[in-house]
Design a protein around this ligand. Structure first.
Ligand SMILES: [Mg+2]
Length: 228
């Protein structure tokens, strides 16, 4: 008998990492600089700040429309602080293009393998309501049996509600699921408190996670682990 029936996966820091192409942003928007110039050094701070704000506040925007308005407002705020006079659509489009979702090298192969040997995969992520689009763009939704995003559920890991919702979506009992994530609090403590086994992906090493059933340096070790 297998040890688990389903696998829950975190996204950022687990399957991919989010980065910003500041050089690209500057190249795209330099023509709109009202004070003569726009440099990477100037742009860096406000753009990262805007991404941090997006991550911490997107839970308040539960529909695509509300999220779009929030994004636009953020993009406008960055542009204003940099003295850029560009139309809203341009700012939107540039911001969208310059946020990068970089898959970890082994992520797709591992998902493919897990699905191939019969493990349904569910994404359980603290993310805005556009998560499905991001995963579609990566060509990853084919591996996923369900996608549970915090902004949709109105609950963020480590809170138990998002894990309960994921269990409902998956239709499996908590003791037959393993959750995989890179954050010792959101992923490991959160899952453990919901009665779900959790594996920490610690790519740099050195993270303490006493509640984790295992700590792995990347996703490859999942295959033997879930098979039991
Ligand atoms: Mg993460």
């Amino acid at each position: 008998m297998r040890r688990y029936d389903a696998v829950f996966l975190d996204v950022d820091g687990t399957l991919l990492w989010v980065d910003l192409d500041i050089d690209g942003y500057v190249r795209d928007l330099k023509p709109y600089a009202t004070n003569g110039s726009l440099t990477v050094e100037q742009a860096e701070g406000p753009i990262w700040e805007s991404l941090r704000r997006h991550i911490s506040e997107n839970i308040n925007y539960p529909s695509e429309e509300e999220l779009a308005a929030f994004r636009r407002e953020n993009a406008r705020e960055v542009a204003d602080s940099l003295g850029l006079d560009a139309p809203a659509e341009v700012l939107d489009e540039v911001m969208d293009r310059r946020i990068l979702h970089n898959p970890y090298p082994e992520a797709e192969a591992v998902m493919k393998k897990l699905k191939g040997i019969g493990f349904p995969l569910y994404v359980v992520s603290n993310w805005d309501v556009a998560l499905t689009t991001v995963l579609e763009d990566l060509g990853w939704t084919r591996y996923m049996s369900g996608i549970v995003a915090s902004a949709q559920v109105g609950s963020e890991k480590p809170d138990g509600t998002i894990f309960e919702e994921a269990l409902k979506v998956a239709g499996v009992p908590h003791d037959r699921v393993i959750h995989v994530g890179n954050d010792p609090i959101s992923d490991i403590q959160g899952a453990a408190a919901a009665g779900i086994d959790a594996v920490l992906i610690d790519r740099k090493g050195g993270i303490e996670a006493p509640d984790a059933v295992e700590i792995l340096p990347d996703l490859r070790g999942l295959l033997p682990l879930v098979r039991g």
